[in-house]
Design a protein around this ligand. Sequence first.
Ligand code: TRP
Length: 501
Amino acid sequence: MKTRETWGTRAGFILAAAGSAIGLGNIWRFPGEAYEFGGGAFLLPYLFAILTAGIPLLLLEYTIGRKYRLGPPSAFRSIYRPAEGIGWWQNAIAFFLATFYAVIIAWALSYVFFSPSLAWGDDAGAFFGVEYLRAGEPLDFFEYRPAMLGALAAVWAVVLLIMAGGVRKGLELANRICIPLLLVLFGVVVVRALTLEGAAEGLNAFFTPQWDKIGDYEIWLAAYAQVFFSLSIGMGTMIAYSSYLKKHSELSTTAVTVGFANSSFELLAGIGVFSVLGFMSGEADVPIDQLVGTGGGVAFVTFPTILSQMPGGAFIGVLFFATLVVAGITSLISMVIVPFSSFEDRFGWSRKKSVLVLGLPMAAFSLLIYPTANGSSMVDAVDFAVSGYGLVLGGLATIVLAFATGKIKALAAEANRTSMLKLGNVWYTCLALTAVVLVYTLYKSIQGQIADLSDPDVPNELIYINWGVGGAMILFGVVMTAVLYRRPIPERVEEAAAAAA
Ligand code: TRP
């Protein structure tokens, strides 16, 4: 029998939860999504989703984690035996998300080193696509790009080192160092951005609502998906993190604090990015909407272009890309913890064993597939299945399970044991409403994809990869449940202690 680690302090958990939430999603994903889905009009569904779906689900995951103090599969099994599969399915999602998320951090890490000399020269687009990624065809597997390979190996080395340190000496310590660092780095970048000429133009583009879009289900699905990604919910990350809480830790104010910190950072990132785009639009005399690409485009093409033109650009470049790296690492460890906690609790593995048997193969898969000629195509294809659908479905499954098993009241009571804000009807209503909105938007979206299949303009490969990866992840959950159905969860010392208390 083994004892299980806990967070050392309340601040330690809050920092870790905020560190998980604040990541590439805030800086790299949010501004592009917001712009694409209606600018100011996106903010309305986004805020709605934060308040009615994000924070309530955060609380649900915290409560499940603290109540059962087990990684996701075992926690779900404790709620309802056949539900163990939800946890294993989330393991599969975590595997894919972590292995590509690390790649974007690696790009940023390379750019920290490109920044001092503004190595991209006059054409940042060509530098990123042709010189750095040297992107080939979508099916050019295994043609390696050494610079990217090296950066990616460094990212995984740091992550596995943190994981090897365990909860207090690994996760907690890393977040204690990284979060303050992040605030300083990012603060300087945003202040510089806001003082650029033309910043106001950019902010107008960002905040001006395109009201005609507000009725589209796509906006709503995108807003919910962004909130799930940004708050790290739907994948069991928060179940895993809160499973290391002490029994009496407060939950409700923590959820509100983390939600608020994350959204503030996200809006600040949007403000920073769009101020810079406003400056660029003025300099280059190009309308803003032609500057905004997808996430990768803004961070690795538009931004470097601007850095070359702006006074102090090399310095700001180092800070900006370092911000991405630091924010990304504290999120990546919170993805890797999902399989680590799952296997440790389900099979009694030690942390050392997890690093060797889970961590190294994850790193190897990531290094094998992505730093290659087709790496960025693979990132897009997997991102679509994971961020667009996986998380939202994972969150939906958690809600449905809590209600269908009738455990929702017991969970509320468990949270209320220590919470300042009492969970009750408002919480139930928000969760139920979230389930309804998600079922509806997913239904519409699947209908849309089926229609796309017969549209000659949309490449079917992307849809097939999306369904293939999605289906494979669910299959993994089903198989693991069947295999482990009769096998009990190993006992732990503190359970005996809790039973005695
Ligand atoms: N929230 C992080 C970001 O904004 C990403 C992340 C970390 C995540 N852990 C997660 C997303 C778990 C979904 C699930 O970049």
